[in-house]
Write a protein that binds this ligand. Sequence first.
Ligand SMILES: Nc1ncnc2c1ncn2[C@@H]1O[C@H](COP(=O)(O)OP(=O)(O)OP(=O)(O)O)[C@@H](O)[C@H]1O
Ligand SMILES: [Mg+2]
Length: 245
Amino acid sequence: MTRFIKLFTNIINMSSRDKFETFKNVFDNKTLLTLFKLSSDGYFEELKSPISIGKESNVFNAVKKDGSLVCVKIYRVNACDFRKMYQYIAHDPRFSGLQKKRRQIIKAWAQREYRNLLVAREAGADVPTPYAVRDNVLVLEFIGDKEAAPKLKDKEPEDYKKFSNQIIKNIKILYKKGFVHGDLSEYNILNYKDKAILIDLSHGVKLESPNSQELLERDIKNVERYFLKRKIKMDVQKILKEMKK
Ligand SMILES: Nc1ncnc2c1ncn2[C@@H]1O[C@H](COP(=O)(O)OP(=O)(O)OP(=O)(O)O)[C@@H](O)[C@H]1O
Ligand SMILES: [Mg+2]
């Protein structure tokens, strides 16, 4: 019980409006139990503050026993557009046989992000290290110092060329490992001290998936569009050719 109270002390102390926003659709009983189990396994002691209240997930930072921070991403079981999620994940050979049940789909979605992060990290890509996944909750490396690193959309890089090359380098690493990010844009790239960190890999699909090439082009074009606005030109066709060599 004490552990349970400690886990949520910060949340309990939040203002009621913030609390409403945070609790809304995210802390159902099963999710509370999952958080409790992860905490018992030592992944974190206390949920601190929300970093992002999104459509599909809520992201918090949490403190470990040694005082270091981790990131906890909780997929919303109730608010998620699970029908759309099912369509996205149904083609993924890793999740064949998945039934169209809300909780199962959301669990698969969290699993997919965990696995994609693991493969990407092991291949040397600049993504947060995943630590654990359980049901709809993912624990991963916190990118930032005290504050979470800003998204690329909120912080301009010092050196555009260098930053765009870092992104392309990472897209290539993922491709070599057999998958594409699938939802890449300035919203899913963090600018951590001028280093590009790719996040939100839950949409990541294997190259065998029928839509992988379309998603790859979309990812690169989103990056191209961002940099073109800043007068940095990228040769998308050349990048694609290089990747497929
Ligand atoms: N590892 C991390 N370290 C620091 N901040 C993070 C980390 N992961 C996510 N964030 C913050 O939380 C926000 C939301 O995370 P993310 O993009 O993974 O979820 P989302 O957009 O809600 O996911 P989805 O697209 O599936 O709805 C990010 O934009 C970023 O600001
Ligand atoms: Mg995102």
